[in-house]
Write a protein that binds this ligand. Structure first.
Ligand code: ADP
Length: 256
């Protein structure tokens, strides 16, 4: 059997602050398989972003171990791409220049990769906007440009931290749909953190519900939806959708 692409084994994280110690995550064990899309939901402050930062190697767990592609995570990893709520495009760089930024930072820029970026920009509707500046683009287009920049370094794993929450509702649905389909097409493994239950279900193969802080795994829902050519938008209409929604909603109720 193939090794999981991401493996967390009894991971805990405590932060030290002026107010004392904050227990953010407690005893998280999780395997994510190649090509799998996992969504993580949980009450605000339960450690979701912390979990992604640990997987990316940006911060170290207080206890437990993390492996990405069979290698223990220590320091930053090249094979992990991060997408955040804010697109972090540089306003003084064109879309083309923004898209190759990750390649420049990692010293990976060459002819083949630049042509791959151009192909991605073309494929995702930004071909005519390559020489525009971010301020000339809509929120959805900016987020697509940020995705291209993230994909440019060909990461095996995408970590998505509320990447759509700054967008208005309509754009958010459309972009989640597009990005979900792109990631499936590119066969990427993805972990999405979101507070939107419908978004979590519609994009994921599995939804992980975390308890309130210190976050640990409360439940795991394997999402199986009856819909033709599954896309995040279409699967909201699947008959099973509301059952998953209600179950996860109940579990997120902090009073339970
Ligand atoms: P979530 O993403 O679920 O909202 P976070 O991972 O951002 O949760 O934070 C989990 C807890 O850890 C929160 O109580 C937060 O205030 C605390 N925390 C996060 N980062 C730090 C830090 N660098 N120093 C101290 N406390 C932190």
């Amino acid at each position: 059997m193939e090794l999981p692409v991401v493996k967390l084994d009894r991971v805990s994280k405590n932060y030290h602050s002026l107010e004392g110690e904050i227990e953010a995550l407690a005893d998280i064990s999780l395997d994510v398989d190649r090509g799998e899309f996992v969504s993580i939901v949980g009450p605000s402050g339960c450690g979701k972003s912390t979990l992604l930062s640990i997987v990316s190697g940006l911060i170290e767990p207080t206890a437990g171990k993390v492996w990405v592609q069979g290698r223990e995570v220590k320091g930053n990893l090249q094979s992990v791409g991060y997408m955040l709520q804010k697109d972090h495009l540089f306003e003084w760089r064109t879309i083309r220049e923004n898209a190759v930024l990750g390649l420049e930072i990692r010293n990976m820029k060459n002819k083949e990769r630049v042509s791959y970026v151009n192909d991605l920009l073309d494929a995702y509707g930004l071909g005519d906007f390559m020489d525009c500046y971010p301020s000339q683009l809509s929120g959805g287009m900016r987020q697509r440009a940020a995705l291209v920049r993230t994909l440019a370094t060909e990461p095996e794993i995408l970590l998505l931290d509320e990447p759509f929450s700054a967008l208005d509702y309509q754009t958010r649905l459309a972009i989640a749909d597009e990005i979900g389909s792109i990631l499936k097409r590119e066969k990427k493994t993805a972990i999405l953190v979101t507070h939107d239950i419908a978004e979590a279900i519609s994009m994921a193969d599995r939804v992980i519900v975390l308890s309130k802080r210190p976050g640990n795994i409360k439940s795991i829902h394997s999402i199986e939806l009856t819909c033709d050519k599954r896309s995040p938008m279409r699967c909201r209409e699947a008959p099973e959708f509301s059952k998953y929604f209600n179950n996860i909603w109940k579990e997120l109720d902090v009073h339970v």
